[in-house]
Write a protein that binds this ligand. Structure first.
Ligand code: SF4
Length: 261
C-alpha cells in the first residue's frame, strides 16, 4: 500500500462488520498508517482526504451485500488512481461476491489492492447464541485481520474473482426481490407490549424504514433485514414472530453511534 492515509467505509447491521473493520484499522495503525472510519449510511457525507486509500467493509447478504452498502459503493466518487481494498463478513457462503465490487471499483478508476472475506457469527434467528463458537470465530477473524493488514501494507493482497453467479446476485441485490423474499421468511414485528417508544430503532435504521406512531415503533415496507434494530432495541421489542431467538449484538451501541457521527 502506497497511501499513508486510509479511510475505511463501513456498513454494519448488528455490529459484526464494524467489529472486524475496527480490528483491521487497529492493525493498519500499528503498521504506521493513519486510519479513520466512516459510515456508509450517509454517502453524501463521505469526503475522504485526497490520495487516501479507501477500504470498503460490508456484511454479506443474499450472496451479495445490502442495498445501503450498494448505494454507497455505487455512489463512490471517481477513484482517479486511489488504492481500494475490500472486507466482507459472512455467516454463510460468499460465492465470489468480491468480484462485482472489484468491477465497480475498476470502472471508477480505483486501484484494487486486496479483498478478504471472513466468517463471523450469524445474527439470524439464534434460538440460543453459541457463545463459544462465536468467540472462536471472532478470534480467527482477528488473526485474519492481522495478516490481511500486513498483506495490504506489503503489497501482497489478492482479490478473488466471482463469475456469472456473483454478477447475477449483485444485480439481484439491486432489486427489491431478494429483500422482500427474505423478509417474508423472517418478518420483523414490534411487540407493542414491550416497546417503550424510545425511538432508537427509528434513529438507527439505515433505510429510514421505522416510524413512531402513538409512541410505538412501526416497521415500514422496505426493510432490508440488516437486523440493526433487533440488535440494539433496549427492551428486545423487535422480534421475528413465531421464531423465538436470543438477541445477537456484535458491538456496543456507543461504538456504532460514534461511527455515524
Ligand atoms: Fe420500541 Fe425498541 Fe424501537 Fe425503542 S428501539 S422504539 S423500545 S422497538
Amino acid at each position: 500500500m502506497k497511501s499513508e492515509t486510509v479511510v475505511i467505509a463501513i456498513f454494519s447491521g448488528p455490529g459484526t462488520t464494524l467489529r472486524v473493520a475496527r480490528a483491521l484499522a487497529e492493525e493498519l495503525r500499528r503498521l504506521g498508517k493513519t486510519v479513520s472510519l466512516a459510515s456508509m449510511d450517509r454517502p453524501e457525507r463521505f469526503a475522504p482526504p485526497a490520495h487516501a486509500a479507501i477500504g470498503l467493509a460490508v456484511p454479506l447478504a443474499c450472496f451479495s451485500t445490502y442495498p445501503t452498502a450498494w448505494r454507497f459503493i455505487d455512489s463512490l466518487p471517481e477513484g482517479e488512481g486511489r488504492e481500494a481494498f475490500f472486507l466482507a463478513t459472512m455467516g454463510g457462503l460468499a460465492l465470489g461476491m468480491e468480484g462485482p465490487i472489484r468491477r465497480v471499483l475498476g470502472r471508477k478508476r480505483y486501484v484494487p489492492i486486496g479483498a478478504k472475506i471472513v466468517s463471523m457469527p450469524s445474527n439470524y434467528a439464534n434460538k440460543e447464541i453459541p457463545v463459544e463458537k462465536n468467540r472462536k470465530l471472532a478470534e480467527i477473524a482477528a488473526g485474519a485481520m492481522k495478516k490481511y493488514a500486513r498483506d495490504l501494507v506489503e503489497g501482497k493482497g489478492s482479490w478473488g474473482g466471482g463469475g456469472f453467479l456473483a454478477s447475477f446476485f449483485a444485480r439481484l441485490a439491486h432489486t427489491k426481490m431478494p429483500w422482500r423474499t427474505f423478509y417474508k421468511i423472517f418478518p420483523l414485528a414490534v411487540d407493542p407490549e414491550k416497546c417503550i417508544g424510545c425511538g432508537l430503532c427509528r434513529d438507527l435504521c439505515p433505510e429510514k424504514n421505522i416510524l413512531l406512531e402513538d409512541a410505538k415503533a412501526k416497521i415500514g415496507d422496505h426493510c432490508q433485514s440488516c437486523q440493526r434494530c433487533v440488535a440494539f432495541c433496549p427492551v428486545n421489542a423487535i422480534i421475528v414472530p413465531g421464531k423465538p431467538a436470543e438477541r445477537y449484538c456484535g458491538i456496543e451501541l456507543e461504538e456504532l453511534r460514534s461511527l455515524a457521527e
